[in-house]
Design a protein around this ligand. Structure first.
Ligand code: NOJ
Length: 559
């Protein structure tokens, strides 16, 4: 053995049992859920924007991938000022995406294929083109129409809150009042103290539950309630963004009043047959604050963004795994895991950026293009760790192809308000939303048959196309398929977990179910790790290398 190789004597390894198996029949406790960003997934009518029929046509692909459910980002009528998270009607479909009948057909086909369907609910704000906001603008200060939003009188900016996308969170209207928008000025915040707002959303949940959806992803669940009097935020904005400040330090986030809303919603879900579930998009830290959203009468799940933020470092990953399981176990909720979504730099790029403590959605214009090959290598390894963890995991469309962030998008094609309001310092999130490549040699790489694409696809996307990866055992797509199949066969979703100490640069876990123990080892160090002689390799993330050692930036599943 080379002196540069690390080897662990089995009898020296210490094992710390941190999570017990949780036998369950509730699908959401162990599900792998695939996020579809509809504008960029598949475009059936060739207008350059993905659509509902495009998704329905590709559901067989998702069933074959091995996921349990899909979550579809908003497809409702919207001026698209924030990629559809600016909604003008919560109970219809934007003509760009299709019709309500198309959604009904999607739900039916998904159910026939054994896939559940979750959709997005965006309760913090409407579009400024929503009839309520139009009525508020037409009405006078102090009117019931304005009372559905946050309109205030103030000689200057009412407080120092920033918009998430840059600039102040306030815009002044003609008669001098200001309205609040934590996001774009075209996304006015609703006033959740107003019973009409509560009724609108209770009715909206019922509308979609009646159509057969299996659950909801709730957008910025932590923002709905604001501190009384709308006081200034006097904390450190950078610490808030990096997730090192408890979220409720900000008067516009994680306020205790939000929980009453979700209790009411949980009761609505419980009144329907079947296991309907809701997941909180709540950028709340630390774990125990997030745990409050997961109490038995609130959310079924919450995205684990602290795990997503973990840097490429063994101690950081181990710490996040134990903190997550400790907190969710204490309240009987399932852990969740996520590496990518439509808001953050794709993990095939993020895991090689220089400053990994930076908020994962902030891509500065000065950031150099990180190394693509190393990024993919790390992404595959990171996914191998994630998909072995007990609980529920979220995948984002295209990560199963190993897609990278498209940093080099031309300025004129960028559409994200984060770029537009950010004055060019931040590139925004368009780079993770570029339409998916399905076929290397087809127009728009098979996204449609017309060749149009609302964001330009880079030349190298052809090499990532589904048809290039299908059937190639070394491809990322086949790796995902294999991992999902093994995860199912070996019951990893509700297994027990122990942390195994094999060395400082290795994240090693034993995942044990009735089907046996799966040992997962991830090497985040610089030297290879010698594989134990007596174990069988179930899967590994390296490509074109012999299976004698676990090279740096790779992971392995052993039986
Ligand atoms: C979170 C969504 O995921 C993001 O895309 C959106 O910009 C904000 N919420 C505002 O709705």
């Amino acid at each position: 053995m080379s002196t540069l190789q690390q080897e662990t004597k089995e009898d020296l390894a210490t094992v710390e049992h941190i999570h017990k198996a949780f036998p369950t029949s509730e699908w959401w406790r162990t599900a792998v859920i695939y996020q579809v960003y509809p504008r960029s997934f598949a475009d059936a009518n060739g207008d350059g924007n993905g659509d509902i029929c495009g998704i329905t046509e590709r559901l067989g692909y998702l069933r074959d991938l091995g996921v349990d459910a899909i979550w579809i980002s908003p497809f409702y009528p919207s001026p698209q000022a924030d990629g559809g998270y600016d909604i003008a009607d919560y109970r219809d479909v934007d003509p760009m995406y299709g019709t309500l009948a198309d959604v009904d057909a999607l739900i039916e086909t998904a159910h026939e294929l054994g896939l559940r369907v979750m959709i997005d609910i965006v309760p913090n704000h409407t579009s400024d083109e929503h009839p309520w906001f139009q009525a508020a603008l037409a009405a006078s200060p102090g009117s019931p129409e304005r009372a559905r939003y946050w309109f205030v009188d103030s000689p200057g900016l009412p407080n120092n809150w920033p918009s998430e996308f840059g600039g102040p969170a306030w815009t002044q209207v003609e008669d001098g009042q200001w309205y609040l928008h934590l996001f774009d000025r075209k996304q006015p915040d609703l006033n959740w103290e107003n019973p009409e707002v509560r009724e609108l959303f209770a009715g909206t949940l019922r509308f979609w539950l009646d159509r057969g959806v299996d659950g909801f992803r709730i957008d910025v669940a932590h923002h709905l309630i604001k501190a009384p009097g709308l006081p200034d935020f006097d904390g450190d904005w950078d610490a808030y963004n990096r997730g090192t400040l408890p979220t409720n330090a900000a008067p516009f986030a994680d306020q205790d009043g939000v929980h009453d809303i979700f209790r009411e919603w949980r009761a609505i879900l419980e009144s329907y047959p079947g296991d309907r579930a809701m997941v909180a998009e709540a950028w709340v830290t630390p774990h125990d604050r997030l745990g409050r959203y997961l109490r038995a009468d609130e959310f079924h799940q919450a995205f684990n963004f602290d795990y997503m933020r973990a840097t490429w470092n063994a101690e950081a990953l181990r710490q996040q795994i134990s903190a997550t399981l400790r907190n969710t176990d204490a309240i009987g909720a399932p852990a969740t895991w996520v590496l990518s979504n439509h808001d953050v730099i794709r993990h095939a790029t993020r895991l090689v950026r220089e400053d990994q403590t930076m908020a994962p959605w902030i891509l500065e214009a000065t950031e150099p293009q990180p190394e693509i090959e190393l990024g993919l290598r790390r992404a595959r390894a990171a996914t191998m760790l994630m998909l072995a963890l007990p609980g529920s995991s979220y995948l984002y469309q295209g990560e199963e192809l190993g897609l990278r962030e498209v940093i080099e998008l031309p300025a004129e094609s960028r559409q994200d308000p984060d770029y537009i309001r950010g004055g060019g310092f931040r590139l925004g999130r368009d780079g993770c939303r570029v339409p998916i490549p399905w076929e290397k040699n087809a127009p728009a790489f098979g996204f449609n048959s017309s060749g149009k694409s609302w964001l330009p696809q880079p030349e190298d996307f052809g090499t990532y196309a589904v048809d290039q990866q299908h059937g190639n055992p070394e491809s990322t797509l086949e790796l995902y398929r294999r991992l999902l199949a093994i995860r199912r066969e070996r019951g990893l979703g509700n297994a027990a977990l122990a942390l195994v100490n094999l060395g400082p640069d290795l994240v090693a876990i034993d995942v044990t179910s009735a089907h046996g123990t799966t040992r997962v080892v991830l090497n985040v160090g610089h030297v290879p790790w010698t594989l134990p002689r007596d174990s069988r390799v179930l899967a590994w993330s390296a490509c074109g290398e012999t299976m004698e050692v676990l090279p740096p930036d790779c992971a392995i599943w052993l039986a």
